[in-house]
Design a protein around this ligand. Structure first.
Ligand code: IMP
Ligand code: MG
Length: 446
């Protein structure tokens, strides 16, 4: 039995969907514990493309239970559309459940998200505009509507009557927008409640009971480490906790029940939305990577900013999440390059900086220090073992593992399930080692 957390080690879009899908094979239960419909996972299975925002990717397996946990925020409209999409593709959602304590995204959240971004002007965050921040803000403000509130029609009517009127003050007075009609919102959400009812459970209890029965639980992260509300590039972050610790909080289980944390990182870096990005590549090379890597947001369609691999944030992700091992994705996107840059440290005020500076202003001023490595100029898409890889591609991976002091367990070379090299068993294989007594790295990472 093993309970595993899968985390994005960069700014999201690392290819977690494919990796969780792979790991789902040995899991019994797959849990989403944070984020909402800002996330987007594209999965390609037997030539069919699935775009999921909220439902864990494990739904594609008939015998797995998928849980939308307590720390998520649920937009019922999008969720029901997703369920309908899956049903059209003959994928059953019988094994899907939703936490009764997850918060619900309301129409005013979406409106306020977009209006506040507009108001921020050049200081905008570049949110997905899906109402995620305002839903979490209401959770903290204690004015949120939870899934459990949807289940009682009378109290929902009362709660929404009050809340919509309260939000209307903000819409009208702060943003000069039309107020919402409470009755319309109430009827809309009562309709959703009826459809969601069969899915609603006490998910913390369900997960605990599954763990007690020695089931394998996979905690599927959304977004990425650098988008974490506490530890990311604040304020250019999302409003939940996409780091490993967040998986425990958002699913309502204790840290002693986690056996392993796996980080997913691209062989280069991308970021969507605003905020500092030291290794960002401008001009032709940046465009080349975004075209070749199909770097367009699943949720918003925005072009993702592209950059070289940044080992400073990689090491930071290892630290903040306690990563045991890594999955490196999209190595094949670098196949044609003559040479590749890797950021090994930053330069800040004339000093070399090996650690991620938590002050956003400092981070924005960091200049990357690159090591240039030769490209392999050969296709890797059909490689299935390390031996199949060109020597220079293998050296590139070794270099990344050494810089981050963590073993690479999986290498992904394309979107489909079989375009994968399993280097080590990601769940039971070698993990991050402590330094030996001399302060040296205790083992070879590859
Ligand atoms: P929000 O989560 O919509 O509030 O957006 C806040 C920031 O997180 C913006 O920079 C978004 O682009 C980014 N973001 C949110 N979800 C994702 C994701 O799933 N992948 C990548 N970036 C994301
Ligand atoms: Mg995504």
């Amino acid at each position: 039995m093993a309970n595993v957390i899968v985390i994005g080690a960069q700014w999201g879009d690392e290819g977690k969907g494919k990796i969780t899908d792979l790991l789902s094979r040995s899991a019994d239960v797959i849990v989403r514990s944070q984020g909402g419909v800002n996330a987007g996972h594209t999965l390609v299975v037997q030539g069919q493309t699935f775009k999921l925002h909220l439902i864990p990717s494990g739904i594609l397996y008939k015998d797995k239970e998928c849980i939308i946990g307590s720390g998520t925020v649920v937009d019922p409209k999008v969720l029901l559309e997703e369920i309908a999409q899956l049903s059209r593709l003959n994928v059953s959602t019988e094994n899907l459940t939703i936490s009764q304590t997850a918060h619900v995204t309301m129409p005013y959240h979406r409106i306020i998200d977009q209006a506040s971004e507009e108001r921020r002007g050049k200081h905008k965050i570049g949110t997905t505009g899906r109402g995620i921040g305002p839903t979490y803000a209401d959770k903290s403000e204690r004015t949120g509507i939870r899934i459990i509130d949807l289940m009682n029609e009378d109290s929902l009517r009362q709660k929404l009557e009050w809340t919509v009127n309260y939000k209307n003050v903000i819409l009208e007075k702060l943003y000069n927008l039309e107020p919402l009609d409470p009755a319309t919102v109430i009827e809309e959400y009562i309709g959703y409640a009826e459809q969601l009812k069969p899915y609603v459970i006490d998910s913390s209890l369900r997960i605990y009971e599954a763990i007690q029965k020695r089931k394998n639980i996979l905690f599927e992260g959304a977004q990425g480490t650098l988008l974490d509300l506490d530890h990311g590039t604040y304020p250019y972050v999302t409003s939940s906790s996409p780091i490993a610790g967040g998986a425990c909080v958002g699913s309502g289980i204790g840290p002693t029940m986690i056996d392993r944390v796996i980080g997913v990182a691209k062989a280069y870096t991308t970021r969507v939305g605003e905020g500092p990005f030291p290794t960002e590549i401008s001009g032709e090379m940046g465009e080349y990577l975004s075209e070749r890597g199909c770097e367009f947001g699943t949720t918003t369609g925005r072009r993702r900013r592209c950059g070289w691999f940044d080992a400073v944030i990689g090491r930071y992700a290892v630290r903040i999440n306690g990563l045991d091992c890594l999955a490196i994705t999209k190595l094949d996107i670098l196949d044609e390059l003559d040479e590749i840059q890797v950021c090994v440290a930053y330069q800040l005020d004339g000093k070399i900086c090996h650690h991620f500076p938590s002050n956003a202003k400092d981070f924005a001023r960091c200049q990357p220090i690159y090591k240039t490595v030769p490209g392999w100029k050969q296709s890797t898409v059909d490689c299935r073992t390390l031996e199949d890889l060109p020597k220079k591609a293998l050296n590139y991976l070794k270099f990344l593992a050494e810089l981050m002091e963590v073993p690479i367990a999986i290498v992904s070379l394309g979107a489909s399930r079989d375009q994968t090299i399993i280097v080590e068993d990601p769940i039971h294989g070698p993990k991050r080692a402590l330094l030996d007594p001399n302060g040296d790295v205790a083992h070879n990472y590859f």
